[in-house]
Design a protein around this ligand. Structure first.
Ligand SMILES: Cc1ncc(COP(=O)(O)O)c(C=O)c1O
Length: 376
């Protein structure tokens, strides 16, 4: 059987390829998932819902209690109601639903580079054409001039991701405003991926939730509650487009997982405290990994302000894919910068959602391997 040209044109994610190289004793700093336990209340709430028989289809947009609860949770960013929120089966599917709902064949979509691996494929799967805009070195802020230079009559959407995977960069207010101005002047919509909003260590998160006239925002519970396996996310959008997004979701899944929604609902009251603790843990790991990386001659990183990734540069004359392969053979799994787009080359991505012992063991391998390569 022949698969569609649309799907055939898309390569397998570079992140998944690295997992195939992992041996049983490898130190894996490739995984983008918190190693913490979810809040106990989440697991209890889900188990209770399943035991009490809430195992059938539910409303397509998610249960109202959770939509309202999530609107309340994000009231820190904007005045929202449950009608602005749809619960989705993961942040990934939220992104695909938004692409499918807004992109027409031939539309151009500006994606961050380096940026999360599914933005370009989702654009292509929706018939659009992705164009990579550059993030500046070190600050990893979107290069506003580069965005402007890429705009044509066909530009439909600018995707923004803050805090960023893979760079850890956090958008500042001036850049947020500059992107909103560009969008306004050229009648372009913004898709803002804010799945790491809870993980900002310096400054604060600047959400697009207060501009639902221009932006659709996605978020998810995977990173927020350490429940990557539950597949729970959300879309925050204006009421004018919500009906169409719900129609889209109906054709993807009919309705999101019922017991998991009750689990998340049950955990919302404890989330402030849970995240404060999680941030403290990740901040300490960020400091550790940044210090260890900067001690290696030929590697450099400015401590990232958010998410849980370190994206250092290196000065070896070697492609990041080859360097990541060499490291994998030495027992350290990370992700080559080139997996995240053309502006990711010359970098490696390490996830520090791993304990300090693993980070230290991984950094020992990195120091040793880079040292050997430099002496060659
Ligand atoms: C930037 C970004 N957006 C979205 C997602 C999707 O997360 P999930 O599908 O687990 O909600 C991820 C996962 O790694 C991510 O890094």
């Amino acid at each position: 059987m022949k698969i569609s040209e649309r799907l055939g044109s898309i390569p397998m994610s570079g992140i998944r390829k690295m997992f195939d190289l992992a041996g049983p004793n490898s130190i894996n700093l490739g995984l983008g998932e918190p190693d913490l336990d979810p809040p106990r209340e989440a697991v209890e709430g889900m188990n209770r819902a399943a035991s009490e028989g809430l195992n059938k289809y539910g409303p397509t947009a998610g249960i109202n209690e959770l939509r309202n609860g999530v609107a309340e949770w994000f009231s820190r960013y904007a005045e929202l109601t449950g009608d602005n929120i749809m619960i989705t089966p993961s942040g990934s599917s939220a992104l695909l639903e938004v692409s499918q709902a807004f992109i027409d064949p031939g539309d151009e979509v500006l994606v961050p580079s380096p940026g999360f691996v599914i933005y370009s494929p989702h654009t292509q799967l929706s018939g659009g054409r992705p164009l990579e805009y550059r993030l500046e070195e070190e600050s990893f802020l979107p290069d506003v001039e580069d965005i402007k230079s890429l705009i044509t009559k066909k530009t439909k959407m600018i995707i923004v991701n803050s805090p960023s995977n893979p760079t850890g960069g956090v958008l500042d207010e001036a850049t947020r405003k500059a992107i909103l101005d560009i969008a306004e002047d050229n009648n372009i919509m913004i898709l803002s991926d804010e799945v790491y909003d809870a993980y900002v260590y310096e400054g604060k998160h600047h959400s697009f939730m207060d501009r639902l006239d221009r932006a659709v925002v996605i978020n998810g519970f995977s990173k927020m509650m350490a429940v990557t396996g539950w597949r729970m996310g959300l879309i925050c959008a204006g009421k004018d487009v919500m009906g169409d997004l719900i129609k889209m979701q109906y054709h993807i899944c009919a309705s999101p997982n019922m017991p998991a929604q009750y689990g998340i609902l049950n955990a919302l009251p404890v989330m402030e405290e849970y995240l404060e603790n999680a941030r403290k843990i990740f901040r300490a790991r960020r400091d550790l990994i940044s210090k260890r990386i900067n001690e290696i001659e030929g590697m450099h990183i400015v401590p990232p302000k958010g998410s849980f990734y370190a994206f250092p540069s290196y000065d070896l004359d070697m492609r990041s894919e080859d360097l990541a392969n060499t490291l994998a053979k030495s027992g350290l799994i990370c992700t080559p910068g080139s997996s995240f787009g053309k502006y990711g080359e010359g970098h490696l991505r390490f996830s520090y959602a791993a304990d300090e012992k693993k980070i230290n063991a991984g950094m020992d391998i990195l120091a040793d391997t880079i040292g050997k390569l430099r002496r060659k």
